[in-house]
Design a protein around this ligand. Structure first.
Ligand code: NDP
Length: 254
């Protein structure tokens, strides 16, 4: 029995062209699945594809804005065209705008909610039909410490990431009978483009994260590889609807 073999499987990772998405894609690729990574920035795709192909799998980039329903469907269609099937979806694309709640425009609210939450719903809807065709699948949604906590500068972000946890539970109950497991991952503070901007905008953030995290450090994208491998593989076949913190202990400290 090899619970950690994804040979012949196909994974789609939104925002897989960098940061946490690439870290998760590496974990899945290391078990043998072929990968489709999606995003808007083609320039970041080349190095990401090289990283994945170096692991011995096939990998392609599909340009997609996942806030647009037709582009979510186009992404899943493209993965089926390229590799014949879709078994795994990682809803990782995300963004943040940091302001006090009273200062957000309606457009900014929608930009964060659409990128972080609505996109995950739309891609999941499209992937559901592809997964049904192959007898089941795995969906992994990316939440945040803001799925658990609040922060003054993070109203739409925390709302979207709290929503990810509840959407995960709802989808898990809906699609269990189709052999689709739906889980969320709640990363701690990980060093990526997104948090480089956060550290510029939130004074003292770098040090406060180091201080609160029992491991005493920020995470790196590869810290997310193992949980992606677990949730994408047969090892997690009786795990569904859960939200797993991967945070070096940030969420259990005082
Ligand atoms: P990055 O900014 O490095 O990654 C965000 C990714 O999302 C990029 O690859 C980007 O690709 C993609 N993306 C954004 N908007 C869209 C869109 N409309 N359509 C398609 N792709 C899009 O940041 P992270 O790696 O840090 O973030 C990844 C996820 O992890 C996000 O959901 C974030 O909220 C979450 N997270 C991050 C934490 C951290 O500490 N870093 C902590 C907790 C959660 P492109 O630019 O090509 O469109």
């Amino acid at each position: 029995m090899n619970l950690f073999n994804l040979t012949g499987k196909v994974a789609v990772v939104t925002g897989g062209n960098g940061g946490i998405g690439l870290g998760m894609a590496e974990g899945i690729a290391s078990l043998g699945a072929n990968l489709v990574i999606a995003g808007r920035n083609v320039d970041k795709a080349g190095p990401a594809l090289a990283t994945l192909r170096a692991l011995g799998v096939k990998a392609e980039f599909v340009s997609a804005d996942v806030t647009v329903k037709a582009q979510c469907q186009g992404l899943i269609d493209a993965a089926e065209r390229l590799f014949g099937r879709v078994d795994i979806l990682v809803n990782n694309a995300g963004t943040s705008i940091r302001k006090m709640p009273q200062d957000f425009t309606e457009e900014e609210w929608h930009q964060v909610m659409d990128t972080n939450l609505t996109s995950a719903f739309l891609c999941s809807q499209s992937a559901y039909h592809a997964m049904k065709k192959v007898g089941g699948g795995k969906m992994i949604n990316i939440g945040s410490m803001m799925s658990l906590f609040g922060a003054p500068y993070a109203t739409p972000y925390a709302s979207s990431k709290g929503g990810i946890v509840q959407m995960t539970r709802a989808l898990a109950t809906a699609w269990a009978k189709d052999n689709i497991q739906v889980n969320a991952v709640l990363p701690g503070w990980i060093d990526t483009d997104l948090t480089k901007r956060a550290r510029q905008q939130v004074s003292g953030l770098h040090e406060s994260v180091e201080k609160r995290t029992p491991e005493g450090r920020w995470g790196v994208p590869r810290d997310m590889s193992g949980v992606a491998a677990f949730l994408a593989s047969e090892a997690s076949n009786f795990v569904t609807g859960t939200a797993i913190p991967v945070d070096g202990g940030f969420s259990i400290g005082m």
